[in-house]
Design a protein around this ligand. Structure first.
Ligand code: ADP
Length: 273
């Protein structure tokens, strides 16, 4: 703890009323450390594709200048690296925008069924390219939720995108929205006060070992960095999901069995009548 004592009237003399401020330095230090780590990680993630781009530009200006075959190949890699930088910058911007608004409750009434079908339709081409399909089942008469619609769409797109990326070729991604029933123990007051909706995004992929689950929503945390990069991942998708869920006063739970697949479940409170 850091203790600071000052007289309320600012006078240096003895006696009078004093203000005693106690700061928990462990929390402050931990937050400073997290911020510094984040900036270091983000810079490193940006520097890797940038170094690749610089390297290829130099080669194209020098030794490969007149080599048509090499030029085509290098340009394809450069386009991929530029795409990776673009995705990273887009995710970093999303994260900071969502963080800024995290304490403002969302206020638009949203029909989840409609939003889930649109998110699934956007990802269908990606799924079909791997022989996969995304099915969406929504229980009749599902109540609306109070939401920021773009953020909520991004939340489910990120989860469906992961389910496709980490699912096995030829399998299905199943999205199901129902009334919550029994709530998990970690459910907060917003979910307990009124009713809650449960949206499950289930894949049949490699699954995630239990030791990784607690850290999965940390920024840049990946189970297998090489695989995530190969699939075009930034390592920020689930961090964004977690912030959006928090803003909507909901909860995210993850159930996974290695070798069988993973279910990400989002619990959201109903909009009041
Ligand atoms: P990425 O861009 O790497 O996919 P995310 O934040 O979306 O980043 O996910 C973090 C990590 O969690 C991924 O790198 C992957 O290891 C793991 N992961 C996320 N979703 C799934 C899933 N559906 N099945 C298996 N692993 C997953």
């Amino acid at each position: 703890f850091l203790a600071r004592v000052e007289r309320l009237d600012g006078q240096p003399s003895e006696g009078g009323t004093v203000l005693l401020t106690l700061h928990d330095l462990t929390t402050i230090k931990r937050m400073e450390r997290m911020r510094a780590d984040f900036v270091a990680n983000a810079s490193h993630e940006l520097r890797t594709p940038l170094a690749a781009l610089s390297g290829f530009i130099e080669t194209l200006q020098g030794p490969a200048r007149d080599d048509d075959e090499a030029r085509e190949r290098f340009l394809a890699i450069m386009a991929e690296q530029a795409g990776r930088m673009g995705r990273l910058v887009a995710d970093l911007l999303s994260l900071s925008r969502i963080e800024l608004n995290e304490h403002t409750p969302p206020s638009e009434r949203v029909d989840l069924g409609h939003l889930l079908r649109r998110a699934a339709a956007a990802l269908k081409p990606l799924a079909q390219a791997r022989g996969m399909d995304i099915t969406v089942e929504v229980v009749d008469g599902l109540p609306e939720v109070l939401a920021q619609p773009d953020e909520l769409a991004q939340l489910f797109q990120n989860l469906m995108d992961n389910a496709v990326k980490y699912g096995r070729d030829g399998t299905q991604v199943e999205v199901a929205a129902t009334l919550a029933g029994t709530l998990p123990p970690a459910a907060g007051p917003a979910l307990r006060r009124g009713g809650a909706i449960r949206v499950a995004v289930r894949d049949h992929g490699e699954g995630i070992a239990p030791e990784h689950l607690p850290r999965l929503t940390e920024r840049f945390y990946r189970v297998d960095t090489a695989r995530s990069r190969k699939m075009g991942g930034t390592g920020l998708g689930l961090a964004i999901v977690k912030h959006i869920v928090n803003r909507h006063r909901g909860l995210l739970t993850i159930d996974s069995t290695v070798g069988e697949g993973t279910t990400f479940t989002v619990w959201l409170p109903y909009a009041p009548e």
